[in-house]
Design a protein around this ligand. Structure first.
Ligand code: NAG
Ligand code: NAG
Length: 294
C-alpha cells in the first residue's frame, strides 16, 4: 500500500517535472566548459582530446579556441540507439540554474516539432553558452555549424563544415568532414531527419553509462535521478517483432578492415569502415544506417 502510494507520488513528480525547451545545433571543437575543474559535484571533469583524439590527462589545458590544445573529443557525436532513441551531448542553459546544477547531468528530450517529432534523445550536458536562451539545448552534431568560435580548423588541420551557423546543408556535404566525425553528421540527415532546431519537452534523468563512459564525468547525484522512460514503440510492443531481428550483427558488406572501438560505428548503409568490434563489444544494429559496437 505504501509502496503503491509512493510510486504514484514518484509518477506525479516526474510528470510535473517535464518542462519545455528549444534546441539548436553546433560543433565548434572547442574545449567544453564542464571540462574545467570544480564546475559541479562530479566524478571528474568532462574529457577533452588533442588534435589526434588522444584524451588529455589534465583538466587545466587551455582550449584550442584560446591558444591551447584541448578540444571536443570526436566521440561526443550523437548516435542512434534505435529508431526512436538517440544518445548524444549538448551545451545546456536552464532557467533558474547555473553550471553547477547542469554540468554532466543527463536530460531526456522528446522532440515536439519537426520531422523527428515524438522521437527521444538523451543528452549529457558538457557545456554551456552565454548566447543560449533559457531551457535551451544546443545539440552537438558535427557539421552543425561552429557558431561563435571555431576550434575545428586547428583540431583537424582544416574544416569544411558549411555555414558558420547551421553548418552543412546536405548529407553529401558530410563527406567534406574528417572521417572521425562524419557519422554524427550523417545522423542529422538519417535518424534526426534533418530537423531544424525542433522544440522539446525534457526532464532530468540518471545518465546511461554509455554517455558517462565517453565523457568520463558522472554527477555525484546521478543515483537519485529517475531512470529514463522507454520511448513508445521502443520495444515490447507487437510491432517490435520485426525489429527484433535487427539486433543481429550486421554482416560485413565488403567493409573496411581493422577494428572499431567500443561505441564506434561498425556497419550500416554506406559504411565502408571496420565491421569488427574490439574485444568485449559486439556489433549491434541500431537501424539500417547505423550499427554500433556495444
Ligand atoms: C517552439 O516553441 C516556441 C516557444 O514556445 C514557439 O514560439 C515556436 O513557434 C515553437 N516552434 C515550433 C516549430 O513549433
Ligand atoms: C547512474 O545512475 C543510473 C541509474 O541508477 C545507473 O544505471 C548508472 O550506471 C549510473 N552511472 C554511473 C556512472 O554510476
Amino acid at each position: 500500500m505504501i509502496s503503491a502510494l509512493a510510486s504514484i507520488v514518484v509518477l506525479a513528480a516526474s510528470l510535473v517535472s517535464a518542462q519545455t525547451g528549444q534546441t539548436t545545433r553546433y560543433w565548434d571543437c572547442c574545449k567544453p566548459s564542464c571540462a574545467w575543474s570544480a564546475k559541479a559535484a562530479v566524478s571528474a571533469p568532462v574529457r577533452t582530446c588533442d588534435n589526434n583524439q588522444n584524451v588529455l590527462s589534465s583538466p587545466d589545458t587551455k582550449s584550442g579556441c584560446d591558444g591551447g590544445t584541448a578540444y571536443t573529443c570526436a566521440n561526443n557525436q550523437p548516435w542512434a540507439v534505435n529508431d526512436q532513441l538517440s544518445y548524444g551531448f549538448a551545451a545546456v542553459k536552464l532557467s533558474g540554474g547555473t553550471e553547477s546544477s547542469w554540468c554532466c547531468a543527463c536530460y531526456q528530450l522528446t522532440f515536439t516539432s519537426g520531422p523527428a517529432s515524438g522521437k527521444q534523445m538523451i543528452v549529457q550536458a558538457t557545456n554551456t553558452g552565454g548566447d543560449l536562451g533559457n531551457n535551451h539545448f544546443d545539440l552537438l552534431m558535427p557539421g552543425g555549424g561552429v557558431g561563435i568560435f571555431n576550434g575545428c580548423t586547428s583540431q583537424y588541420g582544416g574544416w569544411n563544415g558549411g555555414a558558420q551557423y547551421g553548418g552543412v546543408s546536405s548529407r553529401a556535404e558530410c563527406n567534406n568532414l574528417p572521417a572521425a566525425v562524419r557519422n554524427g553528421c550523417y545522423w542529422r540527415f538519417d535518424w534526426f531527419q534533418n530537423s531544424d532546431n525542433p522544440n522539446v519537452s525534457f526532464k532530468q534523468v540518471a545518465c546511461p553509462s554509455a554517455l558517462t563512459s565517453i565523457s568520463g564525468c558522472t554527477r555525484n547525484d546521478n543515483g537519485s535521478q529517475p531512470q529514463p522512460t522507454q520511448p513508445s514503440g521502443g520495444g515490447g510492443g507487437s510491432t517490435s517483432t520485426s525489429t527484433t531481428s535487427g539486433t543481429t550483427p550486421t554482416q560485413p558488406g565488403g567493409g573496411g578492415s581493422g577494428t572499431a572501438p567500443k561505441y564506434g560505428q561498425c556497419g550500416g548503409i554506406g559504411w565502408t569502415g571496420p565491421t569488427q568490434c574490439e574485444s568485449g563489444s559486439t556489433c549491434t544494429k541500431s537501424n539500417d544506417y547505423y550499427s554500433q559496437c556495444l
